[in-house]
Design a protein around this ligand. Sequence first.
Ligand SMILES: *Cc1c(COP(=O)(O)O)cnc(C)c1O
Length: 381
Amino acid sequence: MDYHTLLVHAGWDRDPVTGASSIPVYHASTFDQDDPDQPGEYDYSRSGNPTRAALEKALAELEGGAAAFAFASGMAAVSAALMLFQPGDHLIVGLDVYGGTFRALTRVFRRWGLTASFVDTGDPANIRAALTPATRGIWIETPSNPLLRITDLAAVAELAREHGLLAIADGTFATPFLQRPLDFGFDLVVHSATKFLNGHSDVLAGIAAARTEELGRRVKFVQNALGAVLGVQDCWLLLRGLKTLGVRLAREQATAGWLAERLEELPEVTRVYYPLLAGHPGREIHLRQAAGGGAVLSFELAGGEAARAFLKRLRLPLLAVSLGGVESIMTYPVTMSHASMPREERERRGISDRLVRLSVGLEAGEDLLADIKRALRPEGR
Ligand SMILES: *Cc1c(COP(=O)(O)O)cnc(C)c1O
């Protein structure tokens, strides 16, 4: 089935009870039992709710996994995935991992006894070099944030299998429309569904999708035990947003690719990061494993002052944290998405104050480019 078809029909594409075109929002915390010894399919909404189940079933199908689970935010899904490990375990984590994941690992999970080494996973040799007898998992993002570094999914899954590691990918940037890590042998995919999956900048949500039933049961145990489930209203909004993921992302990435090339031609822009640009490190690997470059690009200006002045003058994109909305969103990584990372750590990753990140929305590329040029050249040069 074509992926656009799957996006519309995954999960329950109509209400199994009434045939309604949309799954009802079951505003219920609890469910009546016929038998005191035997709950029905649903007993309490933390453990399961029909609206959430519809979303989870759709996402399991869209990721090609055995099961998926919906959480109150991307970070709740990330935390649930980290809770699969034990105190004393060690993880190998991509160098420019999402700032919130870095913070959870270094300021919460380290206290709890879970340690992490941050390496450039673009080269599997760096992963091998970081292995210790306590290593139990590997955590990657590809393309990564904000420099769009590429990691070879098949090579990392192979390495994980060889060493008995749980392989986890944060799939927020690519979404299953462009790339499905489980197909390459990854065990778990987590998402901030706040971004492209919902796509309208109006819901905070997280997803974890497991390749096997067995791992799915372990994730579900954590979800129910710790309780950071997604509320039913937000489940419904996310189900609605998902149906247009393909048309949104196809247009957004076409505009992003076009803009990346136009930005490279501007003298004020010193460097552009986008996976499909000639010379982008890992471009060939990305083309093998993903159906497009995605809708996020980053670029550098002459310096921090130039970047700040530019951001103040831009009109069309929101200047905001987040990405993946129908509206373009410009982010200043040093003070926004990566503010939770200490300065030395940011600099080690090449995230400087010259760098800005653009998540391309549904606006016309020409309008975005005109706004960018105007903000770069306030005197109308
Ligand atoms: C936003 C984001 C998260 C965190 O998700 P929230 O929904 O904000 O909690 C995790 N990973 C990546 C790559 C993100 O962009």
